[in-house]
Design a protein around this ligand. Structure first.
Ligand SMILES: Cc1ncc(COP(=O)(O)O)c(C=O)c1O
Length: 381
């Protein structure tokens, strides 16, 4: 028997409370019970997104939410600005390309965070830009971009700021209304403690004016049609009923813990993870690390992919390797969503054993000890 542990940056472990709720016989989505449930979910999402506006729910992975944001904010011939510094930033550009939208790229070297001044300069040079598309937590490099600083620039202009918050919502503070972000996209398989399959999209008042005029083609991902239904506690099409039942549970868990404490927990676990890997002599990849996932450079002479494979095969631990040009060069450990301090200890213990088996010189326990010191210094809230 081998226990399995999931420390990938998505999908993440599903909360048992959600698993049990989702195992109940299915509700009908036009029945009053579901409408009551959806009313509660709407309020819970507003709390999590820190907005007074409605948060739309679609049955899709996070990329569906990103595509929905593009087709609902732009019209043919309009221009976008895309912040790229990893696989997910690049995805914004790929979606724009698929819809023949010209975009100005702001390229950031992998591992770096965007300089908000570059965004301000690009916007000043070209005030016709309809929307800026950015990642918040760039899962592929482990970087957290300074969205608050970017929002400060963009909110004073007619341009919209669209943020992929797929691994940042419920992980770091992202007060959509207070910061003035126009579209915020989340995914169920991250901090929501649910399986993949739901994307949730917050839309600001400023964005609604643009959404109503947008002329890129859309059918399923029609924000206005979904919004109209949501106000009646309905969905336009058949929703992912079981996932929404699970969402009710995990939103309750987040509310009971308190969003502030959820965010603190993620920061604490990530700080412990970072301390653990650096105590082993390893280097972090990100210049401005996200608490969602710790990206670590593979030590010289050891392929990052071999670390990932050994962890899974010998220790039952799933983490992620590097993507694209980072393949083999980094590995990524996450404690996102349904995670607490024992998870950091398990992940580091398996990592230490793996590195030792692969011939990397370490003293067993050194990483764990550094992590424990952080955990002890920053007690749970
Ligand atoms: C930051 C970010 N954006 C977008 C995505 C794409 O989401 P999905 O795989 O759910 O389509 C991911 C998935 O890992 C992500 O981490």
């Amino acid at each position: 028997m081998k226990k399995r542990h999931l420390f990938a940056p998505g999908p993440t472990p599903v909360a048992p409370e959600a698993l049990l709720a989702m195992a109940r016989p299915i509700l009908h989505h036009r029945a009053p019970e579901f409408e009551t449930l959806l009313a509660e979910v709407r309020e819970g999402l507003k709390g999590l997104f820190q907005t007074t506006e409605e948060v739309l729910i679609f049955a899709a992975s996070g990329t569906g939410g990103m595509e929905a944001a593009v087709v609902n904010t732009l019209s043919p011939g309009e221009k976008a600005l895309v912040i790229r510094g990893g696989k997910f930033g690049e995805r914004w550009g790929e979606i724009c390309q698929a819809y023949n939208i010209n975009f100005i790229p702001v390229d950031v070297p992998y591992g770096g965070a965007v300089n908000p001044g570059l965004v301000a300069a690009a916007l000043e040079k070209d005030p016709q830009i309809t929307a800026i598309f950015s990642t918040h937590s760039e899962t592929s490099t482990g970087v957290l971009h300074d969205i608050q600083a970017i929002a400060q620039v963009v909110r004073k202009t007619p341009t919209l700021l669209v943020v992929d918050a797929i691994t940042s919502l419920g992980v770091v503070d992202l007060p959509m209304d207070a910061w003035g972000i126009d579209v915020v996209i989340a995914g169920s398989q991250k901090a929501f403690m649910l399986p993949p399959g739901l994307t949730m999209v917050g839309v600001s008042q400023k964005a609604w004016a643009v959404v109503k005029q947008s002329r890129l083609p859309k059918y399923y991902f029609d924000f206005a049609a979904e919004h109209k239904n949501l106000l009646k506690n309905q969905s336009h099409f058949t929703p992912a009923i079981s996932l929404i039942v699970g969402l009710q549970e995990t939103l309750r868990m987040i509310r009971n813990e308190g969003l502030h404490n959820v965010i603190r927990r993620h920061e604490r676990l990530a700080a412990a993870m970072r301390a653990g890997v650096t105590a082993l002599g390893l280097e972090l990849f990100a210049e401005r690390p996200t608490p969602a996932v710790t990206a670590v450079k593979a030590p010289a002479g050891i392929d990052g992919g071999t670390i990932v494979k050994t962890l899974r095969a010998k220790h039952g631990v799933t983490i992620a390797g590097g993507q694209g040009s980072l393949k083999g060069k980094i590995f990524r450990l996450a404690t996102m969503g349904y995670a607490d301090s024992s998870d950091v200890v398990v992940a580091l213990s398996a990592l230490e054993l793996t590195l030792s088996e692969l011939g990397y010189p370490i003293k067993l326990g050194e990483g764990i000890r550094a992590a424990q010191e952080i955990l002890q210094r920053q007690p749970e809230s």
